[in-house]
Design a protein around this ligand. Structure first.
Ligand code: NDP
Length: 511
């Protein structure tokens, strides 16, 4: 007997409390019998934000079956019609943006302007994908033969699993779900456990906008169990995963056994190069936002600052003085520069790296956990800067926190060598006023994204997003590239000659 949540996940009337969610399978919110639950918490205050079902393998099976049943109907729904539903999702999201932005901040800890930005990115992407419903372009090309027509069309893959991290708790799910749905796939979505309420609220918007039962399903629960079951389910034809390298590698290996398309977006260790001719005040604002925005917990965060020796000391002095006016505190307060890090685990991992940094490099700023008063209820760290030689662990490994490694270089060539000598390749940036050098850097920097005179963050949804090396496995999200991830190409030959024509054999006689 399943506990039904008739009017939405948080308002089941009798049983569901505010913030208590079931699974969303086949168009219904329901709590499986004897389900275990887990909660998400506000990293600034410790308050509980939501309570969720820890799904089991059987729940995953029901979700993928529902998605498989819904697939034939959804793939036959004209793509512009699918786009209309997406537009309705975007419209609802715009109406609820203030509330959702606050939820992002409460559940994940980024400051409110960034919480609202997370939601805005979702809206932008869903609207962009709605437009793709009137494109989904293929190619038409000439034939070798007369009276023969050659073209390609894009077709959905089938049931797609979308597994997402906590740092962009509405934007990353929407990047995947909207692109998968407009392409005609059906989806089983597993959000990060730490931000499952944001994930559930995203699903609720699709439900309210009229996505048919089974087309989008939500399963919550631990990645090791739910994620693995999803990736291994034979009905799942493609997996879109964003998260850390270790989990990504495991997902890739499991997916490979089923010969599935696995799209991975993983970590980063992104450099900003500040050359001797850079506009230093501009670079300063960029580095501040890039390194300490979202408390450094972006895959595109600026985690390495490579500075030309001629401006090294003045630039670092500017940066540390500016950090003195960068308040850490309540992320809902609009004057706050940086909120807490996302969880106790995050805090522990970052403090371990800070301890390592004090042994292998020179601590230039911060390095402490903030204590006293409201700080004691959450996971608040100082923005931290280390001066280090290239090659230390803190300058090579992804910390995913407000910790910046600064490296001094003497030439452009050395800056590029340091920037590229790393296992990741997501984002990169150079500040210079020399247009020739800027364009050289666009070619030289080994990364999926290069910014000139802007920080390493700031993706726009209509452009491809992704990286090289350990950052991924070659695919790209966003832009029209996202459609390629979620579709198969079918090649079509239409012969209207009314006789057997044999390519390679008859082509010569057709001339
Ligand atoms: P994780 O890899 O721990 O988790 C990501 C998601 O995968 C979560 O939903 C998690 O579930 C699930 N998961 C965990 N283990 C498995 C598994 N074995 N099989 C299937 N699913 C699994 O990453 P975080 O959530 O901690 O996110 C931080 C990482 O994400 C950073 O390394 C960051 O660089 C990367 N990232 C990359 C981006 C990019 O676009 N390149 C963008 C944003 C983040 P659960 O939450 O239940 O553990």
């Amino acid at each position: 007997m399943y506990l039904r949540h008739r009017s939405g996940p948080g308002r089941e009337g009798v049983r569901a409390l505010e913030g208590e969610y079931g699974l969303f399978i086949d168009g219904r919110w329901a709590t499986p019998p004897k389900a275990e639950r887990f909660t998400s918490t506000n990293p600034a205050t410790g308050e509980t934000v939501g309570s969720f079902v820890a799904a089991g393998v059987e729940d995953v099976r029901r979700a993928t079956e529902a998605a498989a049943r819904a697939f034939p109907g959804w793939r036959q729904t004209p793509a512009p019609k699918r786009g209309e539903i997406l537009l309705s999702v975007a419209h609802r999201m715009r109406e609820r943006k203030p509330e959702l932005g606050r939820l992002v901040t409460r559940e994940m800890g980024k400051v409110l302007s960034e919480g609202l930005g997370d939601v805005q990115e979702s809206i932008d992407f869903i609207e962009y994908m709605a437009g793709e419903g009137r494109r989904l372009t293929g190619e038409t090309v000439p034939s070798e033969l007369r009276s023969k027509f050659c073209l390609t069309v894009r077709q959905p893959k089938g049931v797609v699993a979308c597994i997402t991290p906590w740092n962009f708790p509405t934007a990353i799910p929407n990047w995947k779900i909207a692109a998968a749905l407009i392409s005609g796939n059906t989806v089983v979505f597993k959000p990060a456990s730490a931000t499952a309420r944001c994930g559930a609220e995203v699903v609720r918007l699709y439900e309210e906008a009229g996505v048919p039962p089974g087309v989008l399903n939500l399963v919550t629960g631990p990645g090791g169990l739910v994620g693995n079951a999803l990736v291994e389910d034979p009905r799942v034809r493609a997996v879109s995963f964003t998260g850390g390298v270790d989990a990504g590698r495991e997902v890739y290996q499991r997916g490979a056994k089923g010969l599935k398309m696995v799209h991975l977006e993983l970590g980063g260790k992104n450099p900003v190069i500040v050359m001797e001719d850079a506009d230093l005040p501009l670079a300063l604002e960029g580095v501040l936002f890039g390194a300490f925005g979202t408390a450094g917990q972006r895959c595109t965060a600026t985690s390495r600052l490579i500075v030309h020796e001629k401006v090294y000391e003045p630039f670092l002095t500017m940066l540390t003085q500016r950090l003195d006016r960068f308040p850490v505190g309540d992320p809902l307060d609009p004057t706050t520069g940086m909120g807490p890090v996302a969880s106790a685990d995050q805090e522990r991992k970052i403090l371990d790296y800070i301890a390592l940094g004090t042994r292998e490099a020179k601590l230039r700023y911060g390095g402490e956990k903030l204590r006293g008063g409201a700080y004691d209820r959450g996971y608040f760290l100082q923005p931290t800067i280390f001066e280090t030689a290239h090659g230390t662990r803190i300058s090579r490994e992804e910390i995913f926190g407000p910790v910046l490694s600064v490296i001094r270089v003497g030439t452009y060539e050395e800056a590029v060598r340091v920037a590229n000598d790393i296992d990741y390749g997501l984002s990169s940036s150079i500040y210079t006023r020399d247009v020739n050098r800027a364009f050289r850097a666009v070619g030289d920097l080994e990364a999926g994204i290069t910014y000139v005179n802007a920080p390493t963050i700031g993706a726009e949804v209509h452009l491809p997003f992704g990286g090289i090396k350990n950052t991924g496995n070659g695919g790209r999200e966003a832009g029209s590239a996202a459609i390629e991830e979620f579709t198969e190409i079918k090649t079509v030959f239409v012969d209207f000659s009314a006789r057997l024509q044999r390519a390679q054999i008859d082509a010569e006689s057709a001339a």
